[in-house]
Each structure stands twice: as structure tokens, then as C-alpha cells.
Design a protein around this ligand. Structure first.
Ligand SMILES: [Zn+2]
Length: 250
């Protein structure tokens, strides 16, 4: 019988400890030794696996949260003072970082002035494109500026006992394809500033490197005047990635 809450277990081939994973996960990382394995094949994961270090414990993280509550004119003036933090969960989310050169060639028509003129061109850019390695997670990947300069080789000893580590549900090939599609969309968006009707559009991407990465995100819930709100905080920088703001009644 299959059910989403069933947790499967294999034995870590590096340290022998039980290694648990959930249906749909592609990679599992041992919490006792940091070894990462491809679940389906049992093969060790040989690409670069990195970690972004979290800088806060459950008490310290309140400071960037209160600062976020105090900042910005759209928030209620007493938010930082009155809000009660009801949940503070640290989760290491899995990402793929696809470093690639992408170029799009396009042809189209500029119709905003008469007579319409044909235009063609090329967009060339380099990216460290971030792909969330979870299928159902609600996370605003495009709003998250992953602090890549702070990455270190994955070290299980740096993972706090109270934190969760999520495994990847997307393999490298899928991640690279998703990056290609998203970069293509991004380039189409850029071209649309300059062209009214796209006739031909083609994106090519050369992948230089793809890195598997775990990054610390604080999932915060707070209560303000009897209502619950959510906030996501980057554990490396203390930056609010996205947060619900109570509306100000005028
Ligand atoms: Zn192990």
C-alpha cells in the first residue's frame, strides 16, 4: 500500500545507519555522515553537494524578524511590538544551481509605430539559475537571492539537531531542463519590451556546472491581533524572502 506519509528506509552504504526517504524523492542524504545516494540506483552522488551555513538559532532569529516587522511603511506601526511568534522552524531546502550560458536568437515585428518594422537580435547571458528540488513546496524561488558566496561543501555536522533537511525530488537532468525553460521564458519577457509580435524564437543553453545545494530557510508563523501570518527568512543573511503583512485599516 502506498501512502504519502509512508517513510521508506535503506541502509546508508557509508556508515550503515538507517537512511530514510519519502516516496518521490530522488536523492537521500544521511543525517549521521552526510553521505548522499541516488535512491533508485543506490549509486553514490558524485556531483558537488554544497551547503549554505545558517547563522541563527531559535532565539537569535527573532532579531531579523522584528527588524523586518519594524521596516517598511506598509506595515502596522505596532507590528514588531504586538506580533507573537508562534512557530520558528528551520528547514534546509534542496536546490539545483545550474550555471549556464544561454543565448536566444529572435525575429519579430515592432508594431507600436507605423509603419511596422521587422526586428531581429540575440540575447546572451550567463546565469546561476536556481531550481527548487521539491515539486509541491510553496517557495518563491525567483524572489530568493541565494547567497552563493557563502557555500561550503555539505557538512552534516553543521546541521542543527532541531532542523529539517529535505531531499531532492528532481534529478539533475530535470533541473537543467527546467532551468532551460525558465531562462527561455525570461528571455521572451525581455524581448517583449522591444518587439510586439515574435515570429521566431530559439534558446540554446550550454551548462557549465550543476551543483546540488541545501540552503537554510526559516519558516516563521506569527500571530497579530488574532490572525496568523507566515514569513520566510533566509538563515544565511537574515533577509525576509517573503512575508504576509497584516493590512492596515484606514
Ligand atoms: Zn551515513
Amino acid at each position: 500500500m502506498t501512502h504519502m506519509s509512508i517513510v521508506n528506509e535503506i541502509k546508508c552504504s557509508h556508515c550503515g545507519a538507517p537512511l530514510s526517504f519519502e516516496p518521490g524523492e530522488m536523492l537521500a542524504t544521511c543525517k549521521y555522515c552526510g553521505y548522499t545516494v541516488a535512491i533508485e540506483t543506490g549509486e553514490p552522488f558524485t556531483l558537488e553537494h554544497s551547503l549554505i551555513i545558517n547563522k541563527y538559532d531559535q532565539t537569535q532569529v527573532e532579531e531579523p524578524i522584528r527588524n523586518w516587522m519594524r521596516g517598511g511603511f506598509l506595515k502596522p506601526g505596532d507590528l514588531a511590538k504586538k506580533a507573537k511568534l508562534t512557530e520558528k522552524n528551520l528547514t534546509y531546502l534542496p536546490f539545483w544551481v545550474v550555471s549556464a550560458e544561454a543565448s536566444s536568437t529572435y525575429k519579430g515585428v515592432f508594431e507600436r509605430i507605423a509603419p511596422a518594422v521587422s526586428k531581429e537580435g540575440k540575447i546572451e547571458k550567463e546565469y546561476d539559475w536556481l531550481v527548487l528540488a521539491r515539486k509541491a513546496a510553496e517557495f518563491p524561488t525567483r524572489e530568493y537571492d541565494v547567497p552563493l558566496e557563502g557555500k561550503v561543501p555539505y557538512d552534516f555536522r553543521k546541521i542543527e539537531a532541531f532542523a529539517h533537511v529535505l531531499n531532492s525530488e528532481i534529478d539533475r537532468t530535470e533541473a537543467e531542463e527546467q532551468a532551460r525553460q525558465e531562462i527561455d521564458e525570461n528571455h521572451r519577457y525581455l524581448v517583449a519590451q522591444d518587439i510586439d509580435k515574435i515570429v521566431d524564437f530559439k534558446t540554446e543553453m550550454k551548462v557549465e556546472e550543476t551543483v546540488y545545494l541545501h540552503a537554510p530557510i526559516w519558516f516563521i508563523k506569527y500571530e497579530y491581533k488574532g490572525k496568523d501570518y507566515k514569513l520566510l527568512v533566509d538563515g544565511a543573511t537574515g533577509t525576509a524572502v517573503k512575508g504576509d503583512i497584516p493590512s492596515i485599516k484606514l
